[in-house]
Ligand binder design. Structure first.
Ligand SMILES: [Fe+2]
Length: 109
C-alpha cells in the first residue's frame, strides 16, 4: 500500500494529476483483501469499506485538512473497482494511473 502511494504521487505529478487523490486510490486499492482476507472481486467489493473509512475521516479525523468530497469518493471507488482489469483501458486518467502503479509495484516486489 505505501509503495503504491509513493509511486502514484510521482506518476501523478508527471501526468498533471492530483497526487493526493492518486495516492488515495492506491491506499484503498486492496483494502477489501486486507480487511477480509478475500481476494475475489476485491476491487468491486471495496466500496462499503472505503465509504466507512472516508466517512469516519471526514467526521472525526479530518481537522484542518480538506474534506474528501463525494466526487472524490466516487472517483476513488470507481478506480479501485476496476484496478485489476488490465485488459481494457479507460478515459479516466486516475483509473489508468492505478492500473500502471499496481503493475509497476508488483514488478518491483
Ligand atoms: Fe488488487
Amino acid at each position: 500500500m505505501y509503495s503504491t502511494m509513493q509511486l502514484a504521487k510521482l506518476i501523478a505529478l508527471k501526468r498533471g494529476l492530483d497526487p493526493e487523490l492518486a495516492a488515495l486510490t492506491c491506499a484503498f486499492h486492496d483494502i477489501f483483501t486486507l480487511q477480509t482476507g478475500n481476494h475475489t472481486d476485491h476491487g468491486i467489493k471495496a466500496e462499503k469499506i472505503i465509504r466507512e473509512i472516508i466517512e469516519e475521516y471526514n467526521k472525526k479525523h479530518q481537522e484542518s485538512l480538506p474534506v474528501i468530497t463525494e466526487k472524490e469518493i466516487s472517483l476513488i471507488i470507481k478506480t479501485v473497482a476496476i484496478h485489476s482489469d488490465i485488459t481494457t483501458t479507460t478515459e479516466n486518467p486516475y483509473e489508468e494511473l492505478l492500473k500502471d502503479v499496481d503493475s509497476i509495484d508488483s514488478f518491483l516486489h
